[in-house]
Ligand binder design. Structure first.
Ligand SMILES: [Zn+2]
Length: 256
């Protein structure tokens, strides 16, 4: 069984003492590829260090996270732009809109998001979207690019069935499903049940959002197996099938 963790922040300080073991546990559990989303200019070096130390397993992305967008975002975007043109990144991300934490920089977030969409198109990369209280704003921007060939993932998807349908059918994006699907009362299991597995990729979002039975602990990529197991229960198929389909989905978005 081979699984891909399409969203894992293994370069953050919570892993600095045992990253070797964290990666070994992931690989032992069949999680043989881990995709690293960037946050802002302050995380590029530590992320690339992990990608360089574990070239077989870890692959970096480049982007500016919406909660890192402020008055200085133009400067940040220039750094992202020069990085993306280096050709060593597998995706633009994470980007998107976050109106849950702070609405102060909505205008700037929208500008930064759209500029990163253009980077993705220019370099033919998928775009990884962080959505928090912002589906309307995201859809408004993304529908302008409907026929542009833009593709990507709505990471940590927690929306409704109709939002999922719009993302899949109108925008041609996939849904990133993580630990929230294992949470009692999240309701995400009922939404996921309505979605064809051909539109889903798996992710942990480590070190955040650890799935049951590790809920509340530091999350790590090996816990992706709990998410695959939950999806296999929801869809009533075996776990190997979940692994095979979601791994192929990830390759179809990110390339081999
Ligand atoms: Zn993330």
């Amino acid at each position: 069984m081979h699984l891909i963790d399409t969203h894992t922040h293994l370069y953050l300080s919570s892993f600095k003492n045992d990253i070797d073991k964290v990666i070994a546990r992931a690989v032992d559990n069949g999680v043989t590829k881990m995709f690293l989303p960037n946050i802002d200019s302050g995380t590029i070096n530590s992320m690339n260090k992990i990608a360089d130390d574990y070239t077989e397993y870890c692959f970096p992305m480049i982007g500016l996270h919406p909660t890192s967008v402020n008055g200085d975002f133009e400067k940040e975007l220039r750094i992202i732009e020069s990085e993306v043109s280096s050709g060593k990144y597998i995706a633009v991300g994470e980007t998107g809109i976050d109106l849950y934490h702070d609405k102060t920089y909505l205008k700037e977030q929208l500008k930064a998001f759209e500029r990163q969409i253009r980077f993705a198109l220019e370099f033919n990369l998928p775009v990884i979207i962080h959505a928090r209280d912002s589906f309307n704003e995201l859809f408004e921007t993304l529908k302008k690019y409907k026929n542009s060939g833009l593709k990507g993932v709505f990471h940590a998807f927690t929306g409704t069935v109709s939002q999922a349908d719009y993302i899949i059918n109108e925008l041609n994006f996939m849904l990133g499903i993580g630990g929230i699907v294992t949470f009692k009362n999240s309701g995400l299991d009922r939404v996921v049940k309505e979605i064809d597995l051909s539109h889903i990729v798996l992710e942990t979002d480590s070190p955040f959002l650890a799935p049951v039975p590790r809920r509340g602990k530091r999350n790590e990529s090996s816990y992706l197996v709990f998410i695959a197991e939950k999806i296999s229960q929801i869809m009533n198929i075996n776990q190997d099938e979940v692994a095979e389909i979601t791994t192929n989905n990830a390759y179809s978005i990110f390339g081999k």
